[in-house]
Design a protein around this ligand. Structure first.
Ligand code: FES
Length: 542
């Protein structure tokens, strides 16, 4: 729904940006009885992150409210949060009959605007017929990354990317991880289930992406095909199929095969929607598409494909076998459960280096810092491990505040002595320890399952949002990879999106991807004592 439509539906509610780092919303009586989070979303288009799924446990949805209405709107924004404001959890606080004024800290709590302007990245946008274009979408638990491409036989891959779009997954407000989304899918409110709500949210996001590209490149863009890859839960939610059985043992997906729908069936403004195949509940279409795109099935050598997202999924290609496992790394590599964490969206601190006690950092798209994503987190932790601020057990004396030189992608200084607003707390380090131990232990058990040692591996292909920016040396310092593997790391970026692009370029690729999915032999780490032993061991920093 556009901002204009929202305003029509909730005429007594208004929002505006206040210059001191807060968004301010006037929530009117029409939202009485809703939670503050729902009211912000429905009336103003503000999406508040709800990492714990609105259970009142994580505290990350905190906002400030001013009761008794306010005569401040419009204009006259206060310098600071006005006296009398109360900090509340947006997930649980109910809007009173008279409405209230809400101040949302812009840097932390605000996930995205429904009608936000996404990062667009024009690459080769000349000389193409918009009618020959298709849209490839990687639906991540945290971010939705897509590319508009045109089929092009002159390119070895069969397509040419015209432009890209990255935005937060609107379902994020229902929880940071797949378990929270599965829980939410079972809920119902206002005459529809959580599953229906989330299906329409993701469909609306894809329609928003299409609308943006059509506005820019012509109305006939991607009218024929939209190709979607995501983890198995995201694929279920995308299709409006209940993922409920994946939330309990033995974690059975309702489907793993490739599905083709009409756009009308999916509520998506295109002719055909291709939903790519998964291998099992934990090895989703995003991994299958990545394995296909990186050609793991071909040629010799031993390659390890690692997708570090909300979970750590790994596929080992060796002697024609594709063995796979998934670790519940937690969403910390996507910035969730980290006090200043964010996904790899514009403004995420993605790289941090230290030189003589001075810090340099850069952000995604050179945008004003608004949090730290997984790669930045790994960089900071590695620096603090090296200088002893984080000890072997993960203990930190005091919260680390990131202040330093902010540099752009071109290496030029954007600002000196810049307060990034990012800090790293003891709890953040504990989250990282859990995640890195799970990934490292899973990786070693996977290698052992094929009688391989780390030194036998020829290449480690790191995919996912993290794969774009990861510093392999720092990942090894933190202990995500054994040192010897860090030297073999090849960041492959969003391999899932590449796979979706390949499937969009040729039906043959899509069929071959279905074969790849069938070849992946996934096993569970759950019942393996060696996994638990290693997990405990790798919790420490070396
Ligand atoms: S406390 Fe509100 S979402 Fe976690």
């Amino acid at each position: 729904m556009s901002a204009e439509e929202l305003r029509d539906e909730y005429p007594d509610s208004r929002e505006a940006f206040s210059g001191d780092g807060f968004f301010r919303a006037e929530i009117g009586p029409s939202c009485a009885g809703m939670t503050v989070a729902d009211a912000l979303k429905k009336s103003c288009g503000f999406l508040i992150d709800r990492p714990c799924g609105g259970r009142g446990k994580c505290g990350k949805c905190a906002v400030f409210v001013l009761r008794g209405g306010s005569a401040l709107f419009p204009g006259n924004f206060p310098e600071n949060i006005p006296a009398g404001c109360e900090k509340v959890l947006a997930c649980g606080e109910i809007v009173p009959p008279e409405g209230l004024t809400v101040f949302v800290p812009a840097s932390k709590n605000l996930s995205a605007r429904i009608d936000s302007v996404p990062e667009e990245n024009a690459l080769h946008n000349e000389g193409f017929d918009p009618e020959d274009t298709f849209l490839a979408v990687d639906v991540g638990t945290t971010t939705v990354e897509s590319a508009l491409a045109v089929k092009d036989d002159r390119e070895p891959c069969g397509y040419r990317v015209i432009a890209g779009d990255t935005r937060l997954n609107p379902q994020k407000v229902h929880g940071a991880d797949v378990i929270s989304r599965i829980q939410y899918s079972k809920s119902s409110a206002g005459g529809r289930t959580g599953l229906e709500e989330m299906q329409s949210e993701i469909a609306a996001a894809v329609n928003g992406i299409l609308a943006g590209f059509r506005q820019r490149f012509g109305d006939s863009c991607a009218r024929k095909n939209v190709v979607v890859a995501g983890n198995t839960t995201m694929q279920h939610l995308f299709c409006g199929v209940s993922p409920e059985k994946m939330g309990v043992f033995p974690f059975t997906p309702a489907f793993t095969e490739m599905k083709i729908f009409s756009g009308e069936e999916m509520g998506i403004d295109t002719e055909k929607v291709t939903v790519l195949p998964s291998a099992d509940a934990f090895i989703g279409a995003d991994v299958v598409a990545g394995v296909f795109a990186e050609n793991l099935t071909a040629g010799g050598g031993k390659k390890l494909f690692v997708d570090l997202g909300t979970n750590g999924e790994m596929v080992l290609a060796s002697g024609g076998v594709l063995a796979a496992c998934s670790t519940a790394a937690g969403p910390c590599f996507e910035g969730a459960n980290i006090s200043c964490g964010t996904g790899g969206v514009p403004g995420a601190v993605s790289r941090v280096t230290e030189n003589g006690g001075k810090y340099l950092f850069s952000t995604v798209a050179d945008a004003e810092p608004k949090g730290i994503c997984g790669s930045g987190l790994i960089d900071v932790a590695a620096i603090l491990v090296k200088n002893g601020t984080i000890d072997e057990t993960g203990r930190v004396e005091e919260t680390f505040e990131l202040r330093g030189t902010w540099t752009g992608r071109d290496g030029n200084v954007i600002a000196e002595d810049k307060d990034s607003g990012v800090s790293l707390t003891q709890k953040d380090v504990r989250e990282l320890q859990l995640a890195k131990a799970a990934v490292r232990a899973g990786m070693e058990v996977l290698l052992e399952s094929e009688n391989l040692a780390p030194e036998d591996v020829d290449a480690v292909l790191v995919a996912g949002g993290l794969g774009k920016y990861i510093n392999a040396g720092n990942a090894a310092t933190v202990g995500i990879f054994p040192g010897i593997l860090a030297q073999k790391v090849v960041p492959v970026g969003n391999a899932s999106l590449k796979g979706a692009l390949l499937a969009g370029a040729s039906d043959k690729n899509a069929e071959a991807m279905a074969e790849t999915a069938g070849k992946i032999k996934a096993f569970s780490l759950g019942g393996k004592p060696e996994f638990m032993e290693k997990y405990v061991e790798y919790m420490m920093f070396e």
